[in-house]
Design a binder for this molecule. Structure first.
Ligand code: ADP
Ligand code: ASP
Ligand code: MG
Length: 413
């Protein structure tokens, strides 16, 4: 007998027939004598639809009210799954975020889980009941419903697995594992049988949306083994685990583990910022106060004027708020003009092999140069190199890099 958390994503929950299929899978695990908690996403497309309603209502919507709207998708799918399980004779009950409760920070729309009361869950599952929990949502300190940021159901699932001391957390989705890059963009991508937490964390943080970044961070912290599996086919998936779980010689020999891209960032440029202490702080402090994450930063110094242009990226979803915050802080910062561009993409290569090998970045720059792809910004970490390029070149860039680093599947044409 094992204690498992099963998480089903939006495509897996899209419509009654698919929910029936999910219920059959859950029933199989419960019938085998396992203690099961299920975390579900909203039906595919539903959260996008709800987000769009908020945007249409106001571009500067109140995040507390956004959470009221967008958390509803998971409420529907969790109730439907509980009904479906009951109709198959499984003792099942849904528990919403506020009922358990799943307590979060007050950063509405991108809240962090800081505690899950496990009493209700423990009582339910040890009594043989299947607990169905809507992902993505919790209750903030202000007593209001909160959501965890897009893709947040993965984080709900891992947090519940950690709180329940589960043996594993199975993430069922519309691909059968983690690949060297998004298999929808590069058909030659290879499935990885095991990935370290560290690499998966980096891959997720640069756009491999198969898992939400914070879910991987939580899994790493609490040592929760995570499996990524297909909802539709019975076959081995990808195990995400610590380096110590790798057998001698099993670690990928590859220099690069994977390539990811992210089209969800927007570029902002402030021109003629004074080159003096405090200028950069004056730009980024109000953004931090508004809970807006800044990713890549480039500063260009112009010798003639003694001023600098500061370029950085923020999530596209936060662009309107970022521009608003920067307009309001214009007096304090003292820039000349502000401009933004949403037609950009960040492409990143990730691999622990980078620590011991030189030349990864130069291969990237040369490969892109050979295709005439211009690089607008660069960032690196110990195991990652990211570049900012024009969005139209995304697919081409990912494909040529995948080949350049020798990642193409051997059996591919
Ligand atoms: P879910 O709705 O189940 O949470 P997501 O759409 O969030 O599913 O994540 C699954 C998708 O992640 C896949 O359909 C795939 O296109 C994308 N993806 C991006 N990078 C990768 C990768 N390296 N390996 C597998 N899938 C990836
Ligand atoms: N439904 C939410 C989203 O689409 C959460 C999730 O599916 O993980 O972002
Ligand atoms: Mg997802």
């Amino acid at each position: 007998m094992a204690r498992i958390v099963m998480k089903f994503g939006g495509t897996s929950m899209a419509g009654i027939e698919r929910i029936r299929h999910v219920a059959e899978r859950v029933k199989r695990e419960a019938d085998a004598g396992n203690e099961v908690a299920v975390v579900v996403s909203a039906m595919a497309g539903e959260t996008d639809r709800l987000v769009q309603f908020c945007r249409e209502a106001s571009s500067l919507y109140d995040p507390r009210e956004y959470d009221v709207v967008v958390s509803s998708g998971e409420q529907v799918s969790s109730g439907l799954l509980a009904i479906m399980l009951q109709s198959m004779g499984v003792d099942a009950r849904s528990w919403l975020g506020w009922q358990l409760p799943i307590r979060t920070s007050e950063a509405h729309a991108s809240a962090r889980i800081y505690g899950i009361d496990k009493n209700i869950l423990a009582e339910a599952i040890s009594g043989g009941q299947v607990a169905v929990i809507p992902g993505f949502q919790g209750i903030a300190d202000d007593g209001r419903v909160s959501t965890l940021g897009r893709g947040g159901s993965d984080t709900s699932a891992v947090a519940i697995a950690a709180a329940m001391d589960a043996d594993r957390c199975d993430i069922y989705t519309d691909v059968d594992g983690v690949y060297t890059t998004d298999p929808r963009i590069v058909p030659r991508a290879r499935k990885l049988s095991k990935v370290t937490y560290e690499e998966m964390l980096e891959l997720a943080s640069v756009g491999a949306k198969v898992l939400q970044t914070r879910s991987v961070g939580l899994a790493m912290k609490h040592k929760v083994p995570v499996q990524v599996l297909s909802s539709f086919e019975d076959r081995p998936g990808t195990l995400i685990c610590g380096e110590e779980e790798f057998e001698e010689g099993e670690m990928e020999e590859q220099l690069i583990t994977g390539i990811a891209h992210d089209k969800n960032e927007a570029k902002v440029t402030l021109t003629s910022v004074a080159d003096k202490p405090g200028s950069v702080a004056a730009i980024f402090s109000p953004l931090a106060e508004a809970n807006i994450n800044v990713d890549m930063i480039v500063q260009n110094f112009a010798r003639e004027t003694g001023n600098t242009d500061v370029t950085f990226t923020v999530p596209k979803a936060d662009l309107a708020r970022a521009l608003d915050v920067l307009e309001q802080a214009k007096g304090k910062i003292g820039y000349k003009e502000i401009s933004s561009d949403t037609n950009i993409c960040k492409v990143s290569v990730v691999g622990v092999g980078m620590r011991s090998h030189a030349g990864v970045a130069s291969t990237m720059f040369q490969t892109l140069a050979d295709r005439g792809i211009n690089i607008m910004a660069i960032t690196t970490s110990e195991i990652k190199v990211s570049v900012l390029i024009e969005e139209d070149y995304t697919e081409l860039a990912v494909r040529v890099l995948h080949t350049a680093y020798g990642l193409d599947a051997e059996d591919a044409a």
